[in-house]
Design a protein around this ligand. Structure first.
Ligand SMILES: Cc1cc2nc3c(=O)[nH]c(=O)nc-3n(C[C@H](O)[C@H](O)[C@H](O)COP(=O)(O)O)c2cc1C
Length: 204
């Protein structure tokens, strides 16, 4: 399908399609422009409406703002991710709360047995937290773009060390670290091709 047809079939206007997807890129450098508390609250208050299994919402976010906290984080990033994490105006540690089920009586009240069912099933609950947290990470990246900012998600870090350094309770598990800000000079790596519809989709 050509982009022209695609633009016409989608309800979102073309500029918004570009902002969220076609022209949005993964940023590797950022300007000094701060990302405010109001901006990140607006982003969260938008993306919180996106769906998760049993409305489980396992995502938690630790925003790293202080120089001291940033230094603690950078120490555990892979070599290639250190400089950009040290320099970003704001960095989010995106984690899951594996005890998300404690909130189910409020967030999924019509299934009164759900909380107790999950509390005895650590393996299933942690898998559910990580799967749904990863979905929420995707929503968060799109939300950051909706605010006119760029995200630089990274999975290159020592997860065990970050969990110990920042959480230490055994209940929170980092999924990704995301730099956030306005893209700086030379922010992009070369754009790589995406798989086409026919390579990805089977209709039966
Ligand atoms: C979950 C996730 C983990 C990633 N980890 C890293 C990373 O550790 N280091 C890095 O430089 N880029 C990382 N990336 C960036 C991807 O390589 C990049 O988003 C992808 O190639 C698309 O780039 P584009 O948005 O510029 O087209 C990661 C992206 C995602 C979504």
């Amino acid at each position: 399908m050509t982009v022209a047809i695609e633009r016409d079939l989608l309800l979102l206007d073309a500029a918004t399609q570009d902002l969220l997807f076609r022209e949005a890129r993964t940023a590797n450098t950022f300007t000094d422009e701060p990302v405010t508390e109001d901006q990140v609250q607006a982003i969260y208050d938008l993306v919180k409406w996106a769906p998760t299994a049993m409305n489980s919402q396992p995502l938690r976010i630790t925003f790293v703002r202080s120089a001291a906290a940033r230094e603690r984080l950078v120490a555990h990033m892979n070599e290639g991710n250190k400089a950009k994490t040290a320099a970003a105006p704001l960095t989010a540690i995106v984690e899951v709360d594996t005890d998300f089920h404690e909130h189910l009586p409020t967030t999924f009240p019509h299934a009164p047995n759900a909380k107790d069912g999950l509390s005895g099933n650590d393996t299933g609950r942690i898998a559910m937290a990580r799967f749904n947290g990863a979905i929420q990470l995707g929503y968060l990246i799109v939300g950051i773009r909706a605010a006119g900012l760029a995200a630089g998600p990274m999975a290159g870090f020592d997860a065990e060390a970050i969990n110990k350094e920042f959480f230490g309770d055994g209940k929170h598990q980092v999924l990704a670290v995301v730099n956030i800000g306005k893209p700086g000079p030379d922010a992009w790596f070369p754009r790589n091709p995406r798989l086409d519809f026919d390579q990805v989709v089977t209709t039966i």
